[in-house]
Design a protein around this ligand. Structure first.
Ligand SMILES: [Zn+2]
Length: 439
């Protein structure tokens, strides 16, 4: 569990030697495919809206990449002008949504190791990570924190067809307090340097939201409490005041943006909910009172309950500081127990993994953890589809294989409702009606 945001240091990762960069030529091929009518066929698809599996679908896609109709492939006919993508004896699901990633962070480069790299390095590895995440079946991600608007640049490059990647809802910088989880700690005072998104009053907070929005943020991320990878802070301690969080929530909502709050400790979680924050990230130490409050306020919980296994297994090998490992040990199990209580109580749950603190592309490994800790496979899949779309206010675009929504569709072997680990091995990915992985 954990997260962190920028500054090369504590949240960045490895040296991906060869960042796979995709030829600009793909753009024209994608454009051509996208302007054609398409029909996608397979043995069955999961209708996540009803929970039912439907046999032999023929999913028709218009030139704008949206689904125009769903028919029975055994009886429907289509003309020779329609291009067919046949995904064979597989199960189709809507493209998955990961609500908490850091595309420009690398798990493999931890602690002070990040200082070895120049600033633009992180955008370059973000290009490779975007493709890995897309190939893993995640056709939409909310990038909750990256320095220098790296995620806005990735979004522009993907939308322009220059590189391949998921749809991105970028936060840009994450807003936090001086010395907090989203400030650059771990350095001596002679190297004092405030992150660009540090605020220390409600007025500064409001101005920062406006600035982030101006330069492309489409969600606002705040650091309401300490964190695992930020050095020198207490993981559960609240770091922003109610007035600061409320100013951020009010300003963001006025601009039409949602707010995601990194919050491990109970006080920070409760204060964030009362301030009008939309999604609580991590939610590790939420008490029953906080859970009740979340239900009352319809606040989403977005709990990254897979990555504990990776962080503790890799230990200091990636350069992660012992202090961070100690914090992870202190809250890892507690977070999973909180997840179980929150699911049982009926909190609205999302699928968010904090990719970047574990290797990008392994996002699907969290499904099994969610099932182990109290969800049915269908609940876990709905968290990563319909619920994600709802929390993003994008139910007209994403989250289900349904008429009017984008043809963001993945194919897996077997039945993911019987074995949710099928989602760790996605065979084919279609984004906006264009096949981007598989045959
Ligand atoms: Zn995070």
């Amino acid at each position: 569990m954990q997260s962190s945001v920028k500054f090369g240091s504590f949240l960045r990762g490895i040296a991906i030697g060869a960042a796979a960069i995709f030829a600009v030529g793909t753009a024209s091929a994608q454009d051509a495919a996208a302007t054609q009518k398409t029909v996608i066929t397979a043995a069955r698809y999961l209708d996540v809206l009803t929970g039912k599996t439907v046999e032999h679908p023929a999913i028709f896609v218009g030139p704008d990449g949206r689904i125009t109709g769903i028919a029975d492939a055994r009886t429907v006919r289509w003309g020779s002008d329609v291009r067919q993508i046949d995904l064979g004896d597989r199960t189709l699901l809507p493209g998955l949504i990961d609500m908490h990633v850091h595309l420009t962070s690398l798990a493999e480069v931890g602690g002070y190791q990040g200082l070895r790299y120049t600033d633009s390095f992180w955008t370059v590895v973000g290009v490779a990570n975007a493709k890995k995440v897309l190939d893993a079946g995640f056709t939409t991600v909310r990038n909750v924190g990256s320095a220098d608007f790296e995620d806005v640049g990735l979004k522009q490059a993907i939308e322009g067809g220059f590189i391949q990647g998921p749809r991105i809802i970028p936060a840009g910088w994450a807003i936090g307090a001086t010395g907090g989880h989203c400030d650059s700690g771990g350095l001596p005072p002679s190297m004092d340097r405030k992150e660009a998104s540090v605020i220390d009053s409600p007025e500064e907070a409001r101005a920062k939201v406006r600035w982030l929005h101006k330069y492309g943020a489409r969600v606002i991320k705040i650091c309401a409490t300490g964190g695992v990878f930020s050095l020198g802070d207490s993981v559960g301690a609240q770091q922003l005041t109610f007035d600061e969080m409320k100013a951020i929530a009010d300003e963001a909502h006025m601009l039409g943006l949602k707010v995601a709050a990194h919050a491990h400790g109970d006080d920070g979680i409760k204060t964030a909910i009362l301030a009008g924050i939309d999604t609580i990230e991590h939610a590790s130490l939420a008490s029953d009172a906080a859970i009740k409050l979340a239900i009352e306020h319809k606040t989403w919980f977005d709990m990254d309950i897979y990555n504990d296994d990776y962080i503790l297994a890799t230990g200091t090998a990636n350069g992660t500081e012992q202090e961070s490992l100690d914090k992870e040990k202190a809250i890892g199990l507690a977070q999973r127990q909180t997840f179980q209580r929150a699911v049982k109580a009926g909190v609205r749950m999302l699928f968010g993994t904090d990719a970047g603190v574990y290797p990008h592309g392994d996002n699907g490994k969290q499904f099994a953890k969610m099932v182990e800790w109290g969800m049915t496979p269908l609940q876990a899949i709905r968290a990563a589809t319909v619920s994600g779309a709802e929390a993003l206010d994008m139910t007209n675009d994403l989250g289900a294989i349904a008429v009017g929504r984008y043809a963001d569709i993945i194919a897996v072997d077997g039945d993911p409702l019987a074995d949710v680990t099928r989602l760790e091995h996605v065979a084919a990915v279609v984004k906006g009606g264009v096949l981007v992985k598989g045959e």
